[in-house]
Design a protein around this ligand. Structure first.
Ligand SMILES: Cc1cc2nc3c(=O)[nH]c(=O)nc-3n(C[C@H](O)[C@H](O)[C@H](O)COP(=O)(O)OP(=O)(O)OC[C@H]3O[C@@H](n4cnc5c(N)ncnc54)[C@H](O)[C@@H]3O)c2cc1C
Length: 249
């Protein structure tokens, strides 16, 4: 997230009026009252750049995001112009926020068959504006677990990465990251050291989970397949990256 250098040393309470937090709860008579604990957000793109050929990071800024609180795993529901005078809503997980500066990051998968949301994000640039509602969503970390397991495709990785980063240093967790783009094909999470990351293709997920569940080491087919980019090769060389120990504790 890009931080405004000149703002860093300024106490938020000393900010000019327009940078102070604004809070507009979703009115009770909208969405059947289901979103009354979320807020109306007027967002402006402050930065948009590709993290990988298939992933675009968009940073939004807004006074509505100053002091914004959310739980890792939650999302914002964004309204995109559909081009025919109407709009469509799409949800994007909150990758990270800076509530002091009023910033929020999303990471969007640029699908091959892009719809309204993906097309808008692919072309987004600084100064573009959108309406959104957030935070929303009931996905979050469960407390009191011995082990956390995440299975995420590229669309779900932002939520999984955010939750992994929110774990305490004592937590034990494994992330299975399912992608056709190759291991570490996008910036991963910066979680506590005890978190194991397994990048694999969808065809190898079931085997990997069974092996994880039975306490076996995930090595061999699943990781070899990803290391060569082929899910079917039986003559593939060994993994080019270190084999994570995904033994269940
Ligand atoms: C709670 C929640 C959180 C989400 N968080 C994220 C996030 O952080 N990042 C993110 O990229 N997306 C996320 N999504 C998905 C996102 O909301 C959109 O559905 C997605 O980006 C496609 O929107 P679109 O308008 O471009 O395409 P749509 O009009 O919805 O679909 C058009 C075409 O795009 C393709 N497509 C759509 N979704 C997928 C998919 N998941 N995999 C492969 N092809 C697909 C299909 O070919 C589809 O026919 C989330 C969804 C939910 C419900």
């Amino acid at each position: 997230m890009v931080r405004d250098a000149e703002q860093l040393d300024v106490d938020p309470k000393d900010w000019p009026e327009e940078r102070k937090g604004t809070r507009r709860p979703v009115p009770e008579d909208q969405f059947g009252g289901r979103l009354s604990d979320a807020f109306l957000l007027d967002l402006e793109v402050t930065e948009a750049r590709d993290l990988a050929p298939h992933v675009r990071l968009v940073t939004f800024g807004s006074s509505d995001l100053v002091g914004f609180k959310h739980v890792a795993g939650q999302d914002v529901m964004i309204e995109f112009p559909a081009g025919d005078g109407r709009s469509v809503r799409r949800r994007y997980s909150i990758r990270r926020t800076d509530p002091d500066l009023g910033r929020l990051d999303i990471e969007a998968e640029l699908h091959d068959h892009a719809g309204v949301g993906t097309r808008w994000i692919a072309g987004a640039g600084a100064g573009d504006r959108l309406h959104a509602i957030g935070p929303r969503g009931k996905i979050g970390l469960r407390s009191g677990c011995d082990e956390h397991v995440f299975v995420a495709d590229d669309s779900a990785m932002p939520a999984a990465f955010a939750m992994l980063e929110a774990l305490g240093p004592e937590a034990s967790a494994t992330g299975f990251f399912v992608t056709r783009h190759g291991p570490h094909s996008r910036p991963g999470p910066q979680p506590p050291a005890s978190v194991r990351q397994v990048w694999l293709e969808e065809a190898d997920l079931a085997d990997a989970l069974v092996q994880w569940w039975s306490g076996a080491r995930v090595e061999g087919k699943a990781l070899r397949a990803m290391s060569t980019g082929s899910a079917t090769s039986s003559t593939a060389p060994g993994p080019r990256w270190s084999t994570p120990d995904v033994r269940r504790r």
